[in-house]
Design a protein around this ligand. Structure first.
Ligand code: HEM
Length: 417
C-alpha cells in the first residue's frame, strides 16, 4: 500500500480521507517530512489522538523541540505567528490566561448573543436574496464569524475587512520566502493596529470611554485591577488568538457543512423536515468534515510510545482530527454523513485542557446560519460540479476549507422575523 502523503498538495486536499484511512490501518503514527523540511509525526487513530490531546508529555511550547524552534525562529515567529498565547502555552501560563476569558464564553453568556447573531445573519442573507447565484463563502461564511468576534471583542466594525486580510497573511505558508514575508507583514500590521487600539481603550485615555461599563471583552481584559494578569505581550497574543481562532474555523465549518448537506440531498431533506435535528446535524457536520484537519503542533517532552511506535523526545507531532473523527474503530460507517448518528463524541473541538474555548459560540453561530439559510432558501443547491470546487492550500495547511462555494439560491421563502 502506498502510504506517501503530501499534505500540501492540491490532490491530497481534495481527497484526504482515503489517505488517512490507509495511515490508520498501516501506519497510525506516521513519520513524514513536513512542509518546512523538518520531521513531523502524524497521529491518525481516534483513541490515540484523544489520549495525546490530554497527555502533558505533549507540550505546546516550541522550546520543547529545539530543532523545530530553530525552524520557527528562521521564519521570525518562534512562538507561532500569533505571538505568545494560551494555545501555545502549557500550565501554569495556560491556566492563568484561559481563566481570564473562560467566563465570556459560557453557554449562558453566549446564548445572550443569539438575537444579534440572528440579525447579522439576516442582513447578510437579505443582501443576496433574489440573486440567482452566489458564493456562499463571501456572502455568509466569511462575514458572519468575523463580524461576531469583532463585536464581542469591541473592535470597530469598519476595520473588520483588514482583519480578514491579516488573518490570511498570518496563515501563509512558512515554507516559502513569499509566505514568510506575508506572515511577518500580517503580524506586524495586525500588532500595530491592536497596540494602538488597546492604548485608546485604556481607562482615562478617552474621557467618553469607561472600560468598566463597556460590555466588550477587550475592555474587560484591560479594566482596572486586571493589568497584572496579562502582560502586554500576552494581551496582544490573546486578542490575536481570539480573532484568528474565532474566525477562520467557523468560516470553514459553515462552508464545509453546507457542502456536506448539498452533497447528501436525503440528509438535507431530512433536516428540512425535522428541524429539531439541527443540533445533532451540526455535530455530525463537524465530525464528517471539520474545519481543523490537524491541530496546531505539539512537542514531546520525553520519548512517548503510541501504537508500537516511539516518538522521540523533542519531536513535533500533528494530531489529525480529520482522520480521528473518521476512525472506523470508533464510528460506525464513518464516511457516511448521518445527522441522526448516536454517540457522536467527535473531537473536532479538541479535548483536554486546550478544548476549544469558543465551542459554545461556534455552535450558536452555526445553528443560526444553517437554520436561516435552509428556511430562507428552500431550493438551495450547488452551482458547480463538486470536482470543480477548490480546497484551500498553502499556509501551515492545518485548516480544511473551500476557496469559494458557488450556490443557486432559488426562490426566497417568506420567513417570519
Ligand atoms: C467550528 C468552529 C471551531 C472549531 C472546529 C474549533 C476548534 C478548536 C480546536 C480543535 C481547538 C484545540 C486546539 C489544540 O488542542 O491545539 C481550539 C482551541 C481554541 N479555540 Fe476553537 N474552534 C472553533 C471556533 C472557535 C471560536 C468561535 C473561538 C472564539 C473565540 C475559538 C477560540 C479558541 C481558543 C481561544 C482556543 C485555545 C484554547 C486553549 O488553548 O485552551 N474557537 N478550537
Amino acid at each position: 500500500m502506498d502510504l506517501s502523503v503530501d499534505l500540501s498538495s492540491e490532490a491530497f486536499k481534495a481527497h484526504p480521507y482515503p489517505a488517512y484511512a490507509a495511515l490508520r490501518l498501516d501506519s497510525p503514527v506516521h513519520r513524514l517530512t513536513g512542509p518546512m523540511g523538518s520531521e513531523v509525526f502524524l497521529i491518525t487513530r481516534y483513541q490515540d489522538a484523544r489520549d495525546a490531546l490530554a497527555d502533558p508529555r505533549f507540550s505546546k511550547e516550541p522550546k520543547a523541540a529545539p530543532e523545530w524552534a530553530k525552524v520557527m525562529a528562521g521564519v521570525g515567529d518562534d512562538e507561532g505567528p500569533m505571538g505568545r498565547n494560551m494555545l501555545n502555552s502549557d500550565p501554569p501560563d495556560h491556566t492563568r490566561q484561559r481563566r481570564l476569558v473562560n467566563k465570556a464564553f459560557t453557554p449562558r453568556r453566549v446564548e445572550a448573543l443569539a438575537p444579534r447573531i440572528q440579525r447579522i445573519t439576516d442582513d447578510l442573507l437579505d443582501a443576496v436574496a433574489g440573486e440567482p447565484e452566489t458564493d456562499l463563502m463571501a456572502a455568509l461564511a466569511h462575514p458572519l464569524p468575523i463580524t461576531v468576534i469583532c463585536e464581542l471583542l469591541g473592535i470597530p466594525l469598519a476595520d473588520r475587512r483588514d482583519f480578514a486580510v491579516w488573518t490570511r497573511m498570518l496563515l501563509a505558508s512558512p515554507a516559502t520566502e513569499e509566505g514568510i514575508l506575508s506572515r511577518r507583514q500580517g503580524n506586524e500590521e495586525m500588532s500595530r493596529y491592536l497596540v494602538d487600539l488597546i492604548e485608546r481603550m485604556r481607562p482615562g485615555v478617552d474621557p467618553d470611554r469607561d472600560p468598566d461599563s463597556q460590555p466588550d471583552l477587550l475592555s474587560a481584559l484591560i479594566a482596572p485591577g486586571r493589568e497584572d494578569q496579562l502582560d502586554g505581550r500576552e494581551l496582544l497574543g490573546m486578542v490575536k488568538l481570539l480573532l484568528v481562532a474565532g474566525h477562520e474555523t467557523t468560516v470553514n465549518h459553515i462552508g464545509n457543512g453546507v457542502l456536506a448537506l448539498l452533497r447528501h440531498p436525503e440528509q438535507l431533506a431530512l433536516l428540512r423536515s425535522r428541524p429539531e435535528l439541527l443540533p445533532a446535524a451540526v455535530e455530525e457536520m463537524l465530525r464528517y468534515d471539520g474545519p481543523i484537519e490537524r491541530v496546531p503542533m505539539r512537542f514531546t517532552t520525553e520519548d512517548v510510545e503510541i501504537a508500537g511506535t516511539v516518538i522521540p523526545k523533542g519531536s513535533a507531532v500533528n494530531i489529525v482530527l480529520g482522520s480521528a473523527d473518521r476512525d472506523e474503530r470508533r464510528f460506525a460507517d464513518p464516511d457516511a454523513l448521518d445527522i441522526e448518528r448516536k454517540d457522536n463524541q467527535h473531537i473536532a473541538f479538541g479535548h483536554g485542557i486546550h478544548y476549544c474555548v469558543g465551542a459554545p459560540l461556534a455552535r450558536l453561530e452555526s445553528r443560526i446560519a444553517f437554520r436561516s439559510l435552509l428556511d430562507r432558501f428552500p431550493g438551495l443547491e450547488l452551482a458547480c460540479k463538486p470536482e470543480e470546487l477548490r480546497w484551500r492550500i498553502g499556509g501551515p495547511n492545518i485548516m480544511r476549507g473551500l476557496d469559494t462555494l458557488p450556490v443557486r439560491l432559488g426562490t426566497v421563502a417568506d420567513v417570519p422575523r
